[in-house]
Design a protein around this ligand. Structure first.
Ligand code: DC
Length: 223
């Protein structure tokens, strides 16, 4: 069955890793919508543009030569920028420009077009509320800022990046504040989302829990 799965939540809640594993397990395609806002931020950084300038950011979003590959790579003008969009500068710029209505309209339309046929896992902030309000299953992942800081620190250490725990914690708190208080599509669970607090859970445990909902709703009936 071709269902769509929406996974929302704050930064560093493990959304992307979890969405990726679930996509492989259930033969779905993973679309990391945060990476699309990051790609706009990357282009803005290349052009030395201010992310708070709505017109300039909307112009980039409308004309972005972006390709999101089925295996999760982000291509800009056919160049793989997947690793270049994962740093604190781009994270912050993406969060700033994602406030703009015109940018959101453009990226949301693109996301809806991509996932229109079903069979997708989308992760982001507004998937259950705005992008796919009819998604068959909506999950909202939360975790304490302490747990998220710990996870992001391990992620950076694994990549050999030197960022202090204090810097990561400050970035997470600042971004959460910005993403959840903006006027346009703020981060919040959809009314029909299942909320999972992952603070004390391993990635495997979260995957097992979401899998149990998927199996119950979609797999059993279609065996
Ligand atoms: O999920 P992420 O950390 O890669 O997202 C980067 C920024 O993009 C995030 O701070 C807010 C924004 N974003 C958004 O507004 N809506 C989405 N669906 C996904 C991300």
């Amino acid at each position: 069955m071709k269902f769509n799965l929406a996974i929302d939540g704050p930064s560093a809640a493990g959304k992307s890793t979890i969405a990726n594993s679930l996509a492989s397990k259930y033969h779905l395609i993973h679309l990391d919508t945060g990476a699309m806002y990051r790609a706009v931020a990357y282009q803005a950084a290349l052009l030395s543009l201010d992310p708070s300038d709505e017109e300039a950011m909307a112009d980039i979003a409308k004309n972005l030569p972006l390709e999101m590959t089925a295996d999760g790579r982000v291509l800009l003008d056919q160049i793989d920028i997947s690793d270049k969009i994962r740093n604190e500068t781009i994270s912050w710029m993406a969060s700033v420009l994602s406030k703009h209505k015109k940018v959101r309209e453009c990226l949301v339309a693109l996301q809806q077009k991509i996932a229109g046929k079903g069979g997708y896992v989308l992760d982001g902030r507004d998937i259950g509320t705005v992008v796919l309000p009819d998604a068959e299953l909506k999950i909202f992942l939360t975790a304490s800022s302490k747990a998220r800081t710990r996870r992001r620190l391990l992620e950076y250490q694994a990549k050999g990046l030197k960022v202090s725990e204090e810097e990561i914690a400050a970035d997470i708190i600042k971004r959460d504040q910005q993403d959840s208080t903006r006027t346009n599509s703020p981060l919040k669970p959809a009314a029909d989302a299942i909320i999972i607090d992952t603070s004390d859970m391993s990635i495997e445990e979260v995957i097992a829990k979401i899998s149990s909902y998927i199996d119950e709703r979609f797999v059993k009936d279609h065996d």
